[in-house]
Design a protein around this ligand. Structure first.
Ligand SMILES: [Zn+2]
Ligand SMILES: [Zn+2]
Length: 329
């Protein structure tokens, strides 16, 4: 896989460093040790050049020569990475022992989060995840709203849009529009986060509503200061999660409050309806239903909901059991 560009703040931090520290830190941000993996020397060297060559023109910190750069890879990974020649039909010069991280880490080892928004490939024939990296969910949110959804921004309330251009006026204008607030005018939007089923098709929606939706997709921020203890490619064991509904409980964990009262009232209603129904049917001489018609008339429509609460609310389950029995008897 190709070596991705690193996030701009990280690049800025690296650009302030001298070689060989700069290339070492850059390697650490993008790669991790893995004795079974390898990367070609040419890919590494080209990525290094692509990232830093232009900065050299601006800041005058020359790149390492290729041979030194490759030697520095081994030094950086404490001799766990080694330059090798891979035999085969085509000889390959590789660095054995490192692999590309799933997402880069910053200089403190905190991993970035990747934007997974579905975007067209450059040749327009397919799609791929956006792949831009962000440290904070808020940054990714702004990125999705402006770059992917293109939600319009309110005109900057600055008093004079065309100040007589002094020095650097252009650079000042740019961040101002970037930081502007998004408008909340209804528009046609769709959500292209992978796996989204809510807004996959374009709909008319206000950006504020859309924002609430987009936020459910954003990955949680990576913990501060907790550098990844395990390699990024080790995914945590699959777990199955169940969600339960919680309502008030007393100090012994028993159901309490209005939810409990509501279930008890419903149970009494069901029992009394059955009794009433039975009396009515006795008069009409239709004993075979045992009063069940009346209960069914009132509770039939919400049976699904009652079973749902029975299954999802641990503290109310036994009371709902009584209610369901009263309905079913
Ligand atoms: Zn994106
Ligand atoms: Zn979505």
């Amino acid at each position: 896989s190709e070596i991705p560009p690193i996030p701009a703040p990280l690049l800025d931090a690296l650009l302030a460093l001298e070689e060989p520290e700069r290339s070492s830190k850059w390697l650490r941000c993008l790669f991790e040790e893995d004795k079974d993996e390898a990367i070609t020397q040419i890919a590494l060297w080209q990525a290094y050049q692509a990232r830093f060559a232009h900065a050299v023109d601006n800041m005058g910190r020359p790149l390492l020569p290729a041979a030194e750069f490759i030697k520095n890879v081994s030094t950086t990974f404490a001799e766990k990475a080694a330059a090798q020649v891979q035999a085969g039909p085509v000889q390959k010069f590789i660095i054995k022992g490192i692999r590309l991280r799933d997402a880069p880490v910053d200089l403190t080892g905190r991993p970035y989060q990747k934007c997974l928004w579905t975007t067209p490939t450059p040749d327009g024939t397919g799609t791929r995840p956006c792949g831009a990296f962000f440290m904070e969910p808020a940054e990714m949110f702004t990125h999705i709203f402006s770059s992917h959804l293109r939600v319009p921004k309110a005109a900057s309330p600055s008093p004079s849009p065309h100040t007589p251009s002094g020095e650097g006026a252009g650079e000042i204008a740019e961040p101002k529009t970037e930081g502007g607030k998004f408008t909340n005018d209804e528009g046609t939007y769709r959500c292209l986060w992978p796996g989204c089923t809510r807004f996959r098709n374009p709909i008319q929606i206000r950006p504020a509503q859309l924002a609430a939706h987009i936020k459910i997709h954003l990955p949680p921020p990576s913990p501060l200061g907790a550098s990844a203890k395990q390699p990024s490619w080790v995914s945590p064991a699959l777990t199955q999660s169940f969600s339960f509904l919680s309502t008030p409980v007393d100090e012994r964990g028993d159901a309490a409050g209005i939810p409990l009262t509501a279930v008890l009232v419903l149970r009494n209603l069901a029992r009394n309806l059955r009794r009433l129904g039975r009396e009515e049917e006795e008069r009409e001489d239709e004993r075979e239903n045992g009063g069940g018609r009346m209960v069914a008339r009132y509770f039939g429509g919400v049976k699904g909901e009652l079973w749902f609460v029975f299954a999802h609310n641990k503290s109310l389950a036994s009371y709902l059991g009584d209610l369901l029995i009263a309905i079913a008897e």
